[in-house]
Design a protein. Structure first.
Length: 257
């Protein structure tokens, strides 16, 4: 079992971001930061279940809402992939200031792309894991393809994302176009685990293959057989977390709680 601690810290834009640290009740093996999917937030099933399961395995995890989501201040539409990466680094800095230097970065979906880009800015990091991550951040643009021309010509447009109306601005699209993870992945110089479902209909498994092939050793690839993209099925998120914890164990230095 684990306990949860509510925290907040300043993000890269100066806005206050809302977070939760899932703290192990068992001896702490290390600390980590979790980056959630596109518009999901820290309380989404994938984020909450994975972080709690990692904490049950002895890895304390900070999960936080990106700009304008959940309990975090600011406007989501003012953010971008670059902001998401920068805020992941800020989250690691916050953990460092709390005496909980992180060893592990875990990212789900769009958050997986973010941790790959953020890793080189976190010197104390020991390992990175991605779950259902796209190789290219601009993969996410397929969800607002129909509005793309209007976004570019008018500067912004409202789109429906899973029943939620959100504003997408031109700078967000342009930032995605400029994001290239190839060098980030090739120059990680850290152990990488890539987890992906072969039946993921949102981010195809070829993305995982490309990430894996681009990375250098040590690298691992795990097929999350039977899982959906959002890991909403019974036990899917916890199973992914247990796999990550078992793999990361060799890279973690035991630290006091």
């Amino acid at each position: 079992m684990s306990r949860s601690e509510k925290v907040s810290f300043a993000g890269s834009t100066g806005e206050i971001l809302s977070g939760i640290i899932d703290i192990p009740e068992v001896p702490v093996k290390g600390w980590g930061v979790f980056s959630h999917g596109f518009t999901l937030g820290k309380d989404s099933p994938s984020a909450a279940r994975m972080c709690k399961a990692l904490a049950d395995c002895g890895i304390g995890m900070l999960r936080f809402d990106n700009l304008g989501l959940g309990g975090s201040a600011g406007e989501w539409s003012a953010g971008s992939f670059s902001h998401k990466v920068a805020d992941t680094v800020k989250a690691a800095e916050f953990m460092r200031s709390e005496g909980r230097e992180i060893s592990l970065l875990v990212g789900h979906s769009f958050g997986g792309a973010a941790v790959l880009a953020a890793a080189r800015e976190i010197p104390e990091l020991d390992a990175i894991a991605t779950v259902g991550a796209p190789f290219s951040p601009k993969h996410v643009a397929h969800v607002f393809d129909a509005a793309l021309d209007r976004i570019l010509s008018e500067g912004s447009a409202e789109v429906d994302l899973g029943g939620k109306r959100v504003e997408i601005r031109r700078h967000f699209v342009e930032d995605l176009e400029n994001a290239d993870l190839t060098d980030c992945i090739r120059q990680l110089h850290k152990p990488l685990m890539v987890l992906h479902s072969p039946t993921d209909n949102t981010v195809g498994i070829e993305n995982a293959s490309t990430i894996f092939q681009t990375a250098r050793h040590p690298r691992n690839f795990v097929s999350l057989e039977g899982s959906d993209h959002l890991l909403t099925g019974k036990g899917q998120a916890a199973r992914a977390a247990r796999i990550i914890a078992a793999w990361a164990d060799q890279y973690l230095d035991a630290t006091p709680a």
